[in-house]
Design a binder for this molecule. Sequence first.
Ligand code: FAD
Ligand code: MLT
Ligand code: ZN
Length: 470
Amino acid sequence: MGTPFLQALRACLGDANVLVDGDMDAYEVDWRKRYRGRALAVARPASTAEVASVVRLCAAHAVPIVPQGGNTGLVGGGVPDASGRMLVLSLARMQQVRRVDPDNLTATVEAGCVLHALQAAADAHGLLFPLRLGSEGTCTIGGNLASNAGGTQVLRYGTARELCLGLEVVTAGGEVWDGLSGLRKDNTGYDLRDLFIGSEGTLGIITAATMKLHPRPGWTLTALAACPGIDAAIGLLRTARARLDAGLTGFEVIEGFALQLLARHFPQLRQPLHAPGWAVLLELAADDQASAERRLHAVLGDATARGLVTDAVVAGSLAQARELWQLRESIPLAQAREGLNIKHDIALPVSAIADFLREMDATLHTLVPGLRPVVYGHLGDGNLHFNLQAPQDMPAAVFLDRHEAALNQRVHDAVVARGGSFSAEHGIGALKAAELARRKSPVALAMMRAIRQALDPQGLLNPGRVLPPA
Ligand code: FAD
Ligand code: MLT
Ligand code: ZN
C-alpha cells in the first residue's frame, strides 16, 4: 500500500505508472554514471492534467520533485539526490506531436517527445527542425528546453531557446500556464517563456512547447578537414564564414587525442584522415548539389593554399556524411569508455580560444603530470568541450577526488578572465551549483533567488540544483 502520498499518487496515475523500489533503477542514475541517487518513487503521468495533479499532491505533502525527460543530461540535474525523499516526475509518456503548422513554420509537441521524433515530424512535412545533438535518439524536447541545449547547428539556427516560440508549464502550485503561442512577435509584458527555458526544472514543469521549423535546405554537404593546429582551424572558420555566410550550418573541431580514443574504443568507425593534429567537421547547406560542391571546394581550396588545411575528404553520399558525423558524435561515448572524466563545457569568444588552449597546455600538466585533455566541440559558436581524462596510471576515482577542484578552478579562472562562460550548453544541475554561487555576482544571485522564491515558495522543484541552498 505505502504512505498516504503513494496511495494518492496511485489513485491519480494508476498502479502501473507509479514505480518504486527495484523498478526505479534506470531513473536513479545519470548517463555518465556520476550521480546515483535514491527516489521516493517515479511518477509517469500521461497528460498535462495528470502532471498538474501530481504537482498539487507533492505541494500538499511537501514532496520535492525532480523532473526527468530522456535522462541524458550531463550535469546531474535530472536524477534524485541520495535522500530517498524526491519524486522523479518522468515526462516520458507525454510524446504526442500535437500539431505541425507548415504555414506558420511551427510544431507543437508534448515535453516527452524525443528530439528525433520532432525532427522526423518536420521532415514528413518537407521542413527542418534544426536542433541536433548526439543524444537526439533519447533526449526530449522538455529536457532540451529545460537545459537550453545547443548542439551542432547553433552557429546557423541558435540554441533551443532561439527555436522556441511558446510553452505550456505546470507551476509549482499545480496550475497550468498555457503560453503555447506560435507568434514571432509578442511584447505583452515579461517574457515568461524565456524564464522557464534553461531553468532546469527549478521553476516549473514544461509539459508542451511550440517550436520553430525552417525550410529544408535543397542540398547539404559534409567534409572533414585536417588542420595543423587550433589557429589554422580558426583561420578555416573565418574563411568558411566569409565564403558561405548563412550557408555554413556546422563547424566542429576534434583534437587528435579525441580521435585516438575513438580508434581505441570504436575501431569499427573508419577514420579517413591520417593522424591529424586537429580535424574540422564542416557542414554547409545550399540550393542544389552543384552550388554546394562549388562553394565547399572554394573554401577548402582557399584554406589549403594558405596552409590552414593539409588534407580533406568530402562526403560523396548521405551515408558517408552520416559516417563523418558518427565520428564526432561518438566522442562522448569513447570518453566514457576510457573512464570517468572531468568535463568542462566552456564558451569563449572565438578570438580567445587559441590563447586559452595555450595557457592550459602550459599550466595544467604542472598540476597533474600525465593529465590527458580531450578537446572537441562546437568551434563555430565558441563552445569547447575541454575535458580532462586521468593520467593513464591513475584510477579515475582518485583523479576526481584529488584534482577535480583545483583543475576546475584553473580552467574556469582562465575562461572567465577571457570573458567566457563555465557552462555553455549543458547547464548547472548539481555538478556546477556551487561554482555558480561562487562566480555569479551578488546582484545576479539575488535576482535568481528572488525569481525562484516567487515561483516556487515551498522550494520543492529540483532543490539543490542550479542554486545551492541559501
Ligand atoms: P534530462 O537529462 O532528463 O533532464 C535535463 C534537465 O532538465 C534536468 O535538470 C531535468 O530536471 C530537467 N527537465 C527535463 N525535462 C523537463 C521538463 N519537462 N520540465 C522541466 N524540467 C525538465 N547537450 C547539448 O547541449 N549539446 C550537445 O551537443 C549534447 N550532446 C550530447 C551527447 C550525448 C551522447 C549525451 C549523452 C548528452 C548530450 N547533451 C548535449 C546533453 C543532453 O542530451 C541535453 O542536455 C538534453 O537537452 C537533455 O535532454 P533530456 O530529455 O535527456 O533531459
Ligand atoms: C557533445 O558536443 O558531444 C556534447 O555536448 C556531449 C559531451 O560533451 O559529452
Ligand atoms: Zn556539445
